[in-house]
Design a binder for this molecule. Structure first.
Ligand code: TRP
Length: 325
């Protein structure tokens, strides 16, 4: 039986952190065996919020290094950079003609962006979900693994698809969002979602020493002020982070914390070791891959070639159905 096709994408934010890993990448790796997967670094999407593109190429390379290191496999999946298959921009223009502006102005992420970058509310930003729809339907993907924040975009993708099929005849299957069953990963500050911008992240590519140093800055149980105070592991983000990498059920740390037999500094050192141990093979592989920049070029060129074959076929069909040819 033919496997269903998955498409997912991420903006080129550079080095990935453990929030990206636990929330998306780990899941993407698993899906490779069950589905026909296409994973894309969406550089054009990044331009909607980027005025300085000086680091764009560097960020793309850092990101693909991390993707490969965690186990995304160019033999199993198509890995490519969005702009290397320019057909997506053509489809974006065509789909923009059938997308009511009112649908786009309602999108919550658009409203957020207006507040976040009032000095740069560009035309491309309004069309962000149309470009995302183009990504997905150009490859006729039916399953789209995303975080919760992306669900409104997927709803819109389905509406655009339906409208296109209604106007020009059945062309695209309707895509469905697939929620990653991982909870929100809170950063080392213990309050905000882990992100590079917030500076509360642990990068996959950090050295073991850097990891230890960064984890030393982590916030623990806010109610525990002195070493002798009993702690509350259920309210401690360091304890929580540990649980993502190792089963904490049997290690007795929670008990010792509650009885003040173990201090927060001890706990942070344990977390650092747990994370370093889990990331050791990934980091080793990343270091190996980084020694051969030509390999990265080859992976991306091959990914774009394979994606483009599918893209061209869909675009011809779209143009025929729209009577452009
Ligand atoms: N908008 C997504 C994000 O910010 C990235 C993205 C672009 C995407 N195109 C996509 C995700 C297509 C899934 C499918 O995370």
């Amino acid at each position: 039986m033919k496997k269903s096709r998955i498409f997912s994408g991420a903006r080129p934010t550079g080095r990935q952190h453990i929030g990206n890993y636990l929330g998306a990448l780990q899941n993407w790796v698993k899906l490779q065996d069950e589905y026909d997967c296409i994973y894309c670094i969406v550089d054009i999407h990044a331009l909607t919020s980027l005025e300085d593109t000086g680091n764009l190429q560097k960020n793309i390379r850092e990101m693909i290094l991390d993707w490969l290191a965690v186990g995304l496999d160019p033999k199993k999946s198509i890995l490519f950079v969005q702009s290397h298959v320019p057909e997506v921009m053509e489809l974006h223009t065509l789909l923009s003609m059938i997308t009511p502006l009112s649908w786009l102005l309602r999108v919550p992420t658009f409203k957020d962006k207006i507040k976040l970058q009032p000095e740069n509310v560009n035309y491309g930003l309004v069309g962000y979900p149309v470009l995302m729809t183009s990504d997905i339907v150009l490859y006729k993907a039916t399953v789209v693994p995303v975080g919760e924040d992306q669900l409104p975009h997927l709803e819109l993708a389905r509406e655009i698809t339906r409208r296109f099929n209604g106007l020009f005849g059945y062309t695209f299957p309707e895509p469905n969002g697939k929620l990653t069953n991982y909870p929100l990963i809170i950063g080392l500050d213990g309050k905000d979602k882990m992100s590079k911008q917030a500076g509360n992240d642990i990068e996959l590519a950090m050295t073991e020493e850097e990891t230890i140093k960064k984890i030393k800055t982590a916030y623990t149980d806010p109610a525990r002020r002195y070493r002798s105070d009993p702690g509350h592991p259920d309210k401690c983000n360091v304890y929580k982070l540990m649980g993502y990498f190792e089963s904490t059920g049997g290690n007795g740390i929670a008990e010792k914390c509650r009885k003040a037999e173990i201090g927060c500094v001890d706990c942070k050192m344990i977390l650092a070791e747990v994370i370093n141990k889990a990331l050791r093979p990934i980091r080793q592989r990343r270091d190996e891959l980084a020694t051969d920049p030509r390999y990265i070029d080859e992976v991306l060129a091959d990914g774009a070639d394979r994606a483009r074959v599918i893209a061209r076929k869909t675009l011809t069909e779209v143009k025929k159905n729209m009577r452009l040819i």
